[in-house]
Design a protein around this ligand. Sequence first.
Ligand code: ATP
Length: 199
Amino acid sequence: MQLTKLEIKGFKSFGDRVVINFDEGITGIVGPNGCGKSNVVDSIRWVLGEQKVKSLRSEKMENIIFNGTKNRKATQMAEVSLSFKNTKNLLPTEYSNVTITRRYYRSGESEYQLNGVTCRLKDITSLFLDTGIASNSYAIIELGMVDNILNDKDNSRRGLFEEAAGISKFKIRKKETMRKLSDTDADLERVEDLLFEIE
Ligand code: ATP
């Protein structure tokens, strides 16, 4: 699987549409302090579904929308699209090219898309489960994360190995199933109460 393209529009310092193509090999982003290099990484984290604004170096979600400059008006929406070439069918989908998109409006509304079709965040996270690509996965390593891994803060090292070993999805499914079982238990108790009342 290869990352092929990143499109950013109205996200943080990117008022205009910016397209970054990732060719084969290593792509480096260089520029002076404050020019937006880390914002590029934030945009990747965000489109993958990051919900914690602190991880995006912001105080509130609205702050990720381009705020304008002296000469430019602020935008009403942030939009990021990330494209992958699904070589080796690593992603469980029939598409050979996969593009995920996230939009966020000042009104607070947001939208996710998979190849141009509106979907849920869950569809995107499920698609990338155990591929090593996620907003909090080892695909994006920042300074703080290196410290956390070395200090094994919050069992972070174990989480890393579980993701690499491909067992995260089973743990998530187990958690979902346990929740459904507990809901069903609660429903059964309610039915028993009702039966008792009727009798
Ligand atoms: P350094 O090399 O110092 O780490 P950098 O190139 O990584 O810098 P970033 O941290 O990505 O730079 O970008 C910081 C810039 O992004 C600041 O100038 C800040 O004003 C701008 N910025 C952040 N959020 C917004 C926003 N919502 N609207 C407009 N500009 C923004």
